[in-house]
Write a protein that binds this ligand. Sequence first.
Ligand SMILES: Cc1cc2nc3c(=O)[nH]c(=O)nc-3n(C[C@H](O)[C@H](O)[C@H](O)COP(=O)(O)OP(=O)(O)OC[C@H]3O[C@@H](n4cnc5c(N)ncnc54)[C@H](O)[C@@H]3O)c2cc1C
Length: 408
Amino acid sequence: MSSPPSSPRRIAVVGAGLAAVSTCDALRAQGYDGELVLYSAERGLPYDRPPLSKDVLLGKSRRADIMLRPEQWYADQRVQLRAGARVAAIRPHSGGLELADGTVAAADRVVLATGGTPRPLPVPGGDDPAVHLLRTWEDAERLRERLLPGARVIVVGAGLIGAETAAVAVALGCRVTLVDPVPVPLAAAVGGDIAGALHRRHTAEGIEVVTAGVGSVERHPGGLLVRLAGHGDPLAADTLVAGIGIRPATETAETAGLRVGNGVVVHPGQRTSHPNVFAVGDVARPDGHRVRHEHWEAAQRDGEAAALGILGRPVPAAGAPWFWSDRHGSRLEAVGTMADADRTVLRGDPATGAFTAFGLRGDHLIAAATIDRARDIKAARRIIDRGVPLSPTDLTDEHTDLRTLLNR
Ligand SMILES: Cc1cc2nc3c(=O)[nH]c(=O)nc-3n(C[C@H](O)[C@H](O)[C@H](O)COP(=O)(O)OP(=O)(O)OC[C@H]3O[C@@H](n4cnc5c(N)ncnc54)[C@H](O)[C@@H]3O)c2cc1C
Protein backbone atom coordinates (compact mmCIF):
# COMPACT_ATOMS: atom_id res chain seq x y z
CA MET A 1 0.00 0.00 0.00
CA SER A 2 2.92 2.40 -0.48
CA SER A 3 1.26 4.28 -3.36
CA PRO A 4 -2.39 4.89 -2.47
CA PRO A 5 -5.02 3.54 -4.87
CA SER A 6 -6.78 6.40 -6.66
CA SER A 7 -10.18 5.28 -5.48
CA PRO A 8 -10.55 3.87 -1.95
CA ARG A 9 -12.79 0.82 -1.52
CA ARG A 10 -12.60 0.24 2.22
CA ILE A 11 -12.39 3.08 4.71
CA ALA A 12 -12.02 2.52 8.44
CA VAL A 13 -12.93 5.34 10.81
CA VAL A 14 -11.39 4.95 14.28
CA GLY A 15 -13.60 6.54 16.94
CA ALA A 16 -17.30 7.36 16.69
CA GLY A 17 -17.80 10.88 17.95
CA LEU A 18 -19.01 13.86 15.93
CA ALA A 19 -15.90 14.08 13.73
CA ALA A 20 -16.21 10.41 12.76
CA VAL A 21 -19.92 10.56 11.97
CA SER A 22 -19.43 13.80 10.04
CA THR A 23 -16.71 12.09 7.96
CA CYS A 24 -19.03 9.19 7.10
CA ASP A 25 -21.88 11.55 6.28
CA ALA A 26 -19.70 13.66 4.01
CA LEU A 27 -18.15 10.65 2.26
CA ARG A 28 -21.59 9.38 1.28
CA ALA A 29 -22.75 12.89 0.32
CA GLN A 30 -19.69 13.13 -1.96
CA GLY A 31 -20.69 9.87 -3.65
CA TYR A 32 -18.25 7.46 -2.00
CA ASP A 33 -19.81 4.05 -2.58
CA GLY A 34 -17.32 1.66 -0.97
CA GLU A 35 -17.19 0.01 2.43
CA LEU A 36 -17.32 2.27 5.49
CA VAL A 37 -16.62 0.87 8.95
CA LEU A 38 -16.88 2.90 12.14
CA TYR A 39 -14.97 1.48 15.13
CA SER A 40 -16.15 2.78 18.47
CA ALA A 41 -14.50 2.06 21.81
CA GLU A 42 -17.79 3.07 23.45
CA ARG A 43 -20.95 0.98 23.56
CA GLY A 44 -24.25 1.97 21.96
CA LEU A 45 -25.01 4.51 19.27
CA PRO A 46 -22.68 7.52 18.93
CA TYR A 47 -23.91 10.56 20.84
CA ASP A 48 -23.27 14.29 21.07
CA ARG A 49 -21.08 15.60 23.91
CA PRO A 50 -22.09 19.27 24.48
CA PRO A 51 -25.37 18.30 26.22
CA LEU A 52 -23.40 16.24 28.76
CA SER A 53 -22.41 19.36 30.74
CA LYS A 54 -25.79 21.05 30.14
CA ASP A 55 -29.16 19.28 29.81
CA VAL A 56 -27.88 15.81 30.70
CA LEU A 57 -26.46 17.02 34.04
CA LEU A 58 -29.65 18.99 34.60
CA GLY A 59 -31.59 15.77 34.10
CA LYS A 60 -33.46 17.22 31.10
CA SER A 61 -31.98 14.95 28.40
CA ARG A 62 -31.65 11.19 28.28
CA ARG A 63 -29.22 9.27 26.12
CA ALA A 64 -31.85 8.71 23.44
CA ASP A 65 -32.20 12.50 23.13
CA ILE A 66 -28.56 13.15 22.27
CA MET A 67 -27.85 10.59 19.53
CA LEU A 68 -25.77 11.98 16.67
CA ARG A 69 -27.86 9.98 14.19
CA PRO A 70 -30.85 7.61 14.56
CA GLU A 71 -30.07 3.89 14.31
CA GLN A 72 -31.68 3.67 10.86
CA TRP A 73 -29.17 6.17 9.47
CA TYR A 74 -26.32 3.64 9.79
CA ALA A 75 -28.25 1.10 7.73
CA ASP A 76 -29.41 3.67 5.18
CA GLN A 77 -25.88 5.05 4.72
CA ARG A 78 -24.28 1.59 4.80
CA VAL A 79 -22.07 2.58 7.71
CA GLN A 80 -21.02 -0.53 9.64
CA LEU A 81 -20.90 0.53 13.28
CA ARG A 82 -18.66 -1.70 15.41
CA ALA A 83 -19.59 -0.51 18.90
CA GLY A 84 -17.37 -1.63 21.79
CA ALA A 85 -14.50 -2.29 19.34
CA ARG A 86 -11.37 -0.43 20.40
CA VAL A 87 -8.69 -0.21 17.72
CA ALA A 88 -5.33 -1.19 19.23
CA ALA A 89 -3.13 -0.40 16.23
CA ILE A 90 -3.29 0.84 12.68
CA ARG A 91 -0.92 -0.51 10.06
CA PRO A 92 -1.09 1.96 7.19
CA HIS A 93 1.82 0.40 5.32
CA SER A 94 0.14 -3.00 5.05
CA GLY A 95 -3.41 -1.63 4.80
CA GLY A 96 -4.96 -2.91 7.98
CA LEU A 97 -5.80 -2.37 11.58
CA GLU A 98 -5.86 -4.48 14.70
CA LEU A 99 -8.58 -4.44 17.34
CA ALA A 100 -7.97 -4.75 21.09
CA ASP A 101 -9.47 -8.29 20.99
CA GLY A 102 -6.82 -9.32 18.46
CA THR A 103 -9.08 -9.25 15.38
CA VAL A 104 -7.46 -7.81 12.28
CA ALA A 105 -9.30 -5.92 9.55
CA ALA A 106 -8.34 -4.51 6.18
CA ALA A 107 -8.69 -0.87 5.17
CA ASP A 108 -7.11 1.11 2.37
CA ARG A 109 -7.76 4.45 4.13
CA VAL A 110 -7.91 5.10 7.88
CA VAL A 111 -9.47 8.15 9.51
CA LEU A 112 -8.35 8.78 13.09
CA ALA A 113 -11.25 10.37 14.98
CA THR A 114 -10.20 9.33 18.46
CA GLY A 115 -10.91 12.63 20.26
CA GLY A 116 -9.29 13.07 23.64
CA THR A 117 -9.42 11.97 27.24
CA PRO A 118 -9.80 14.35 30.19
CA ARG A 119 -6.60 15.19 32.06
CA PRO A 120 -6.68 13.57 35.47
CA LEU A 121 -6.15 15.88 38.46
CA PRO A 122 -2.34 15.68 38.84
CA VAL A 123 -2.14 15.84 42.65
CA PRO A 124 -2.02 13.29 45.49
CA GLY A 125 -5.55 11.91 45.89
CA GLY A 126 -6.54 13.14 42.44
CA ASP A 127 -7.68 9.60 41.57
CA ASP A 128 -10.16 9.35 44.47
CA PRO A 129 -13.54 7.91 43.33
CA ALA A 130 -15.23 11.16 44.44
CA VAL A 131 -13.12 13.06 41.87
CA HIS A 132 -15.10 13.20 38.63
CA LEU A 133 -14.07 13.87 35.03
CA LEU A 134 -16.60 14.67 32.31
CA ARG A 135 -16.26 13.33 28.79
CA THR A 136 -18.64 10.40 28.31
CA TRP A 137 -22.30 9.61 28.91
CA GLU A 138 -21.27 7.36 31.81
CA ASP A 139 -19.22 10.21 33.35
CA ALA A 140 -22.26 12.52 33.15
CA GLU A 141 -24.59 9.91 34.64
CA ARG A 142 -22.26 9.26 37.57
CA LEU A 143 -21.81 12.97 38.22
CA ARG A 144 -25.52 13.77 37.93
CA GLU A 145 -26.24 11.37 40.79
CA ARG A 146 -23.91 13.43 43.00
CA LEU A 147 -25.35 16.87 42.20
CA LEU A 148 -28.00 16.79 44.92
CA PRO A 149 -29.40 19.89 46.63
CA GLY A 150 -27.05 20.94 49.44
CA ALA A 151 -24.14 18.79 48.22
CA ARG A 152 -20.74 20.48 48.56
CA VAL A 153 -19.20 20.49 45.10
CA ILE A 154 -15.76 21.75 44.17
CA VAL A 155 -15.13 22.34 40.48
CA VAL A 156 -11.47 22.60 39.55
CA GLY A 157 -10.87 24.50 36.31
CA ALA A 158 -13.04 27.43 35.20
CA GLY A 159 -12.67 26.88 31.45
CA LEU A 160 -15.64 25.89 29.32
CA ILE A 161 -16.65 22.53 30.79
CA GLY A 162 -15.75 23.47 34.39
CA ALA A 163 -17.77 26.69 34.22
CA GLU A 164 -20.78 24.94 32.67
CA THR A 165 -20.65 22.22 35.32
CA ALA A 166 -20.42 24.76 38.15
CA ALA A 167 -23.40 26.66 36.69
CA VAL A 168 -25.50 23.49 36.47
CA ALA A 169 -24.50 22.41 39.99
CA VAL A 170 -25.52 25.74 41.55
CA ALA A 171 -28.79 25.68 39.58
CA LEU A 172 -29.46 22.24 41.10
CA GLY A 173 -29.01 23.64 44.60
CA CYS A 174 -25.46 22.45 45.29
CA ARG A 175 -23.04 24.55 47.32
CA VAL A 176 -20.39 25.19 44.67
CA THR A 177 -16.79 26.36 44.88
CA LEU A 178 -15.00 27.04 41.60
CA VAL A 179 -11.22 26.83 41.85
CA ASP A 180 -8.79 28.00 39.18
CA PRO A 181 -5.24 29.35 39.53
CA VAL A 182 -5.88 31.93 36.77
CA PRO A 183 -7.64 35.12 38.01
CA VAL A 184 -9.59 35.59 34.76
CA PRO A 185 -9.91 32.21 33.02
CA LEU A 186 -10.63 32.12 29.25
CA ALA A 187 -9.11 35.59 28.70
CA ALA A 188 -6.82 34.25 25.95
CA ALA A 189 -9.78 32.71 24.11
CA VAL A 190 -12.39 35.48 24.41
CA GLY A 191 -10.49 38.59 25.61
CA GLY A 192 -10.32 40.08 29.11
CA ASP A 193 -13.64 41.99 28.98
CA ILE A 194 -15.86 39.03 28.13
CA ALA A 195 -13.84 36.63 30.29
CA GLY A 196 -14.03 39.00 33.26
CA ALA A 197 -17.81 39.43 32.91
CA LEU A 198 -18.30 35.66 32.64
CA HIS A 199 -16.18 34.98 35.70
CA ARG A 200 -17.89 37.66 37.85
CA ARG A 201 -21.24 36.15 36.95
CA HIS A 202 -20.33 32.98 38.86
CA THR A 203 -20.09 34.96 42.09
CA ALA A 204 -23.37 36.76 41.35
CA GLU A 205 -25.06 33.37 40.92
CA GLY A 206 -23.89 32.18 44.35
CA ILE A 207 -20.72 30.27 43.45
CA GLU A 208 -17.69 30.81 45.65
CA VAL A 209 -14.79 31.60 43.32
CA VAL A 210 -11.27 30.85 44.57
CA THR A 211 -8.09 31.76 42.69
CA ALA A 212 -5.67 28.97 43.56
CA GLY A 213 -4.22 25.69 42.38
CA VAL A 214 -5.11 22.38 44.03
CA GLY A 215 -2.36 20.83 46.20
CA SER A 216 -3.97 17.56 47.29
CA VAL A 217 -7.22 15.71 47.86
CA GLU A 218 -7.71 13.63 51.02
CA ARG A 219 -10.58 11.34 51.92
CA HIS A 220 -12.14 11.85 55.34
CA PRO A 221 -15.16 10.23 56.96
CA GLY A 222 -17.23 13.34 56.14
CA GLY A 223 -16.11 13.54 52.49
CA LEU A 224 -13.09 15.10 50.80
CA LEU A 225 -10.62 17.64 52.13
CA VAL A 226 -9.10 19.65 49.31
CA ARG A 227 -5.89 21.53 50.08
CA LEU A 228 -5.19 24.51 47.87
CA ALA A 229 -1.64 25.59 47.06
CA GLY A 230 -0.68 28.66 49.12
CA HIS A 231 -4.21 29.00 50.51
CA GLY A 232 -5.28 28.81 54.20
CA ASP A 233 -7.70 26.15 55.40
CA PRO A 234 -8.56 23.12 53.27
CA LEU A 235 -11.99 23.03 51.62
CA ALA A 236 -14.47 20.30 52.50
CA ALA A 237 -16.45 18.71 49.69
CA ASP A 238 -18.67 15.74 48.88
CA THR A 239 -17.72 15.75 45.21
CA LEU A 240 -14.93 17.25 43.14
CA VAL A 241 -15.10 17.74 39.38
CA ALA A 242 -11.89 18.34 37.45
CA GLY A 243 -12.32 20.24 34.18
CA ILE A 244 -8.70 20.90 33.34
CA GLY A 245 -8.54 20.05 29.68
CA ILE A 246 -8.01 16.98 27.56
CA ARG A 247 -5.11 15.00 26.17
CA PRO A 248 -5.52 14.12 22.49
CA ALA A 249 -5.83 10.35 21.99
CA THR A 250 -2.80 9.97 19.74
CA GLU A 251 -1.58 6.50 20.82
CA THR A 252 -2.50 4.69 17.58
CA ALA A 253 -0.99 7.49 15.50
CA GLU A 254 2.23 7.43 17.49
CA THR A 255 2.74 3.67 17.22
CA ALA A 256 2.07 3.90 13.49
CA GLY A 257 4.91 6.44 13.24
CA LEU A 258 2.75 9.39 12.17
CA ARG A 259 3.84 12.95 12.89
CA VAL A 260 2.37 13.85 16.28
CA GLY A 261 2.81 16.86 18.58
CA ASN A 262 -0.08 18.09 20.72
CA GLY A 263 -2.31 16.07 18.41
CA VAL A 264 -1.95 14.34 15.07
CA VAL A 265 -0.49 16.94 12.73
CA VAL A 266 -2.73 17.47 9.70
CA HIS A 267 -2.54 19.33 6.40
CA PRO A 268 -5.42 20.54 4.18
CA GLY A 269 -7.89 17.73 3.59
CA GLN A 270 -7.01 16.43 7.10
CA ARG A 271 -4.04 14.55 5.61
CA THR A 272 -1.51 13.23 8.09
CA SER A 273 2.14 12.43 7.42
CA HIS A 274 1.01 9.09 5.93
CA PRO A 275 -0.87 9.33 2.59
CA ASN A 276 -3.49 6.75 3.62
CA VAL A 277 -4.26 8.16 7.05
CA PHE A 278 -6.41 11.19 7.89
CA ALA A 279 -7.21 12.73 11.27
CA VAL A 280 -10.26 14.76 12.33
CA GLY A 281 -11.75 16.50 15.35
CA ASP A 282 -10.23 17.00 18.78
CA VAL A 283 -7.28 14.70 18.05
CA ALA A 284 -6.09 16.68 15.01
CA ARG A 285 -3.83 19.73 15.03
CA PRO A 286 -3.49 21.71 11.81
CA ASP A 287 0.17 22.09 10.87
CA GLY A 288 1.44 25.54 11.78
CA HIS A 289 -1.17 26.06 14.51
CA ARG A 290 -0.22 25.99 18.18
CA VAL A 291 -3.55 24.73 19.42
CA ARG A 292 -6.11 22.16 18.42
CA HIS A 293 -9.70 23.36 17.95
CA GLU A 294 -11.49 21.31 20.59
CA HIS A 295 -14.93 22.46 19.54
CA TRP A 296 -18.08 20.99 18.09
CA GLU A 297 -18.13 22.90 14.80
CA ALA A 298 -14.45 22.19 14.10
CA ALA A 299 -15.14 18.45 14.47
CA GLN A 300 -18.06 18.72 12.05
CA ARG A 301 -16.02 20.69 9.50
CA ASP A 302 -13.01 18.40 9.78
CA GLY A 303 -15.18 15.47 8.75
CA GLU A 304 -16.32 17.36 5.65
CA ALA A 305 -12.74 18.31 4.77
CA ALA A 306 -11.49 14.75 5.32
CA ALA A 307 -14.07 13.35 2.92
CA LEU A 308 -12.81 15.71 0.21
CA GLY A 309 -9.19 14.92 1.09
CA ILE A 310 -9.77 11.15 0.94
CA LEU A 311 -11.50 11.43 -2.43
CA GLY A 312 -8.75 13.69 -3.79
CA ARG A 313 -11.06 16.67 -4.33
CA PRO A 314 -10.22 20.34 -3.70
CA VAL A 315 -10.77 21.42 -0.11
CA PRO A 316 -12.09 24.95 0.48
CA ALA A 317 -10.19 27.05 3.03
CA ALA A 318 -11.54 26.65 6.55
CA GLY A 319 -13.36 29.69 7.94
CA ALA A 320 -12.53 31.22 11.32
CA PRO A 321 -13.12 28.74 14.16
CA TRP A 322 -16.33 29.21 16.21
CA PHE A 323 -17.62 27.83 19.48
CA TRP A 324 -20.35 28.41 22.03
CA SER A 325 -20.84 27.68 25.71
CA ASP A 326 -23.93 28.00 27.95
CA ARG A 327 -23.86 28.99 31.60
CA HIS A 328 -26.26 30.71 34.03
CA GLY A 329 -28.87 31.10 31.29
CA SER A 330 -26.47 33.05 29.04
CA ARG A 331 -24.72 32.05 25.86
CA LEU A 332 -21.08 32.74 25.11
CA GLU A 333 -20.09 32.62 21.46
CA ALA A 334 -16.66 33.28 20.01
CA VAL A 335 -15.13 33.27 16.54
CA GLY A 336 -11.54 33.69 15.35
CA THR A 337 -8.35 33.81 17.40
CA MET A 338 -8.60 36.57 20.01
CA ALA A 339 -5.04 35.96 21.25
CA ASP A 340 -3.71 37.29 17.92
CA ALA A 341 -5.56 40.64 18.17
CA ASP A 342 -3.54 43.82 18.76
CA ARG A 343 -6.52 45.70 20.21
CA THR A 344 -10.06 45.08 21.38
CA VAL A 345 -13.16 47.27 21.12
CA LEU A 346 -16.61 46.74 22.63
CA ARG A 347 -20.13 46.96 21.24
CA GLY A 348 -23.07 47.15 23.64
CA ASP A 349 -23.07 48.03 27.30
CA PRO A 350 -21.23 45.56 29.58
CA ALA A 351 -23.41 46.77 32.48
CA THR A 352 -26.41 45.10 30.81
CA GLY A 353 -24.57 41.78 30.76
CA ALA A 354 -24.99 41.44 26.98
CA PHE A 355 -22.11 42.82 24.91
CA THR A 356 -19.55 41.91 22.28
CA ALA A 357 -15.77 42.29 22.13
CA PHE A 358 -14.11 42.58 18.74
CA GLY A 359 -10.42 41.78 18.28
CA LEU A 360 -8.64 43.71 15.51
CA ARG A 361 -5.26 43.32 13.91
CA GLY A 362 -4.41 46.47 11.97
CA ASP A 363 -7.58 47.43 10.10
CA HIS A 364 -8.98 43.89 10.00
CA LEU A 365 -11.36 42.11 12.32
CA ILE A 366 -9.80 38.78 13.32
CA ALA A 367 -11.90 37.67 16.30
CA ALA A 368 -15.07 38.39 18.25
CA ALA A 369 -16.69 37.09 21.42
CA THR A 370 -20.12 37.84 22.78
CA ILE A 371 -22.40 37.25 25.70
CA ASP A 372 -25.97 36.98 24.43
CA ARG A 373 -25.55 38.96 21.19
CA ALA A 374 -25.48 36.15 18.65
CA ARG A 375 -26.23 38.49 15.76
CA ASP A 376 -22.92 40.30 16.29
CA ILE A 377 -21.03 37.03 15.96
CA LYS A 378 -22.96 35.99 12.87
CA ALA A 379 -21.93 39.21 11.14
CA ALA A 380 -18.38 39.07 12.56
CA ARG A 381 -17.82 35.59 11.11
CA ARG A 382 -18.62 36.79 7.64
CA ILE A 383 -16.52 39.95 8.02
CA ILE A 384 -13.53 37.91 9.25
CA ASP A 385 -13.83 35.29 6.52
CA ARG A 386 -14.09 37.92 3.79
CA GLY A 387 -11.24 40.02 5.19
CA VAL A 388 -13.19 43.30 4.97
CA PRO A 389 -11.05 46.30 6.09
CA LEU A 390 -12.78 48.50 8.69
CA SER A 391 -12.29 50.97 11.51
CA PRO A 392 -13.03 50.37 15.21
CA THR A 393 -15.95 52.85 15.14
CA ASP A 394 -17.64 50.77 12.45
CA LEU A 395 -17.85 48.07 15.10
CA THR A 396 -18.59 50.07 18.24
CA ASP A 397 -21.28 52.37 16.79
CA GLU A 398 -24.60 50.69 17.51
CA HIS A 399 -26.16 52.70 14.68
CA THR A 400 -24.06 50.81 12.14
CA ASP A 401 -25.68 47.57 11.06
CA LEU A 402 -22.68 45.21 11.00
CA ARG A 403 -24.06 43.42 7.96
CA THR A 404 -23.64 46.58 5.85
CA LEU A 405 -19.86 46.36 6.38
CA LEU A 406 -19.91 43.31 4.12
CA ASN A 407 -20.94 45.46 1.16
CA ARG A 408 -17.71 47.45 1.14
C1 LIG B 1 -18.95 17.80 28.33
C2 LIG B 1 -18.61 18.47 27.04
C3 LIG B 1 -19.26 19.65 26.67
C4 LIG B 1 -18.93 20.30 25.48
N1 LIG B 1 -19.56 21.44 25.14
C5 LIG B 1 -19.24 22.10 24.01
C6 LIG B 1 -19.88 23.31 23.66
O1 LIG B 1 -20.75 23.81 24.37
N2 LIG B 1 -19.50 23.93 22.51
C7 LIG B 1 -18.55 23.41 21.67
O2 LIG B 1 -18.25 24.02 20.63
N3 LIG B 1 -17.92 22.23 21.96
C8 LIG B 1 -18.25 21.58 23.12
N4 LIG B 1 -17.62 20.40 23.44
C9 LIG B 1 -16.56 19.90 22.56
C10 LIG B 1 -17.10 18.97 21.47
O3 LIG B 1 -18.08 18.13 21.97
C11 LIG B 1 -15.91 18.17 20.93
O4 LIG B 1 -15.05 19.09 20.30
C12 LIG B 1 -16.33 17.08 19.97
O5 LIG B 1 -17.13 16.13 20.63
C13 LIG B 1 -15.11 16.38 19.40
O6 LIG B 1 -15.53 15.31 18.64
P1 LIG B 1 -14.50 14.16 18.20
O7 LIG B 1 -15.31 13.26 17.32
O8 LIG B 1 -13.25 14.74 17.72
O9 LIG B 1 -14.10 13.42 19.57
P2 LIG B 1 -14.97 12.60 20.62
O10 LIG B 1 -16.36 13.15 20.70
O11 LIG B 1 -14.15 12.58 21.86
O12 LIG B 1 -15.06 11.12 20.03
C14 LIG B 1 -13.95 10.28 19.99
C15 LIG B 1 -14.44 8.85 20.12
O13 LIG B 1 -13.38 7.99 19.76
C16 LIG B 1 -13.37 6.88 20.63
N5 LIG B 1 -12.03 6.28 20.58
C17 LIG B 1 -10.88 6.78 21.07
N6 LIG B 1 -9.84 5.95 20.81
C18 LIG B 1 -10.38 4.89 20.13
C19 LIG B 1 -9.83 3.69 19.59
N7 LIG B 1 -8.52 3.42 19.68
N8 LIG B 1 -10.68 2.82 18.98
C20 LIG B 1 -12.01 3.10 18.86
N9 LIG B 1 -12.58 4.22 19.35
C21 LIG B 1 -11.76 5.10 19.99
C22 LIG B 1 -13.72 7.50 21.97
O14 LIG B 1 -14.15 6.53 22.89
C23 LIG B 1 -14.82 8.48 21.55
O15 LIG B 1 -16.06 7.83 21.54
C24 LIG B 1 -17.93 19.75 24.64
C25 LIG B 1 -17.27 18.55 25.01
C26 LIG B 1 -17.60 17.93 26.20
C27 LIG B 1 -16.88 16.66 26.59
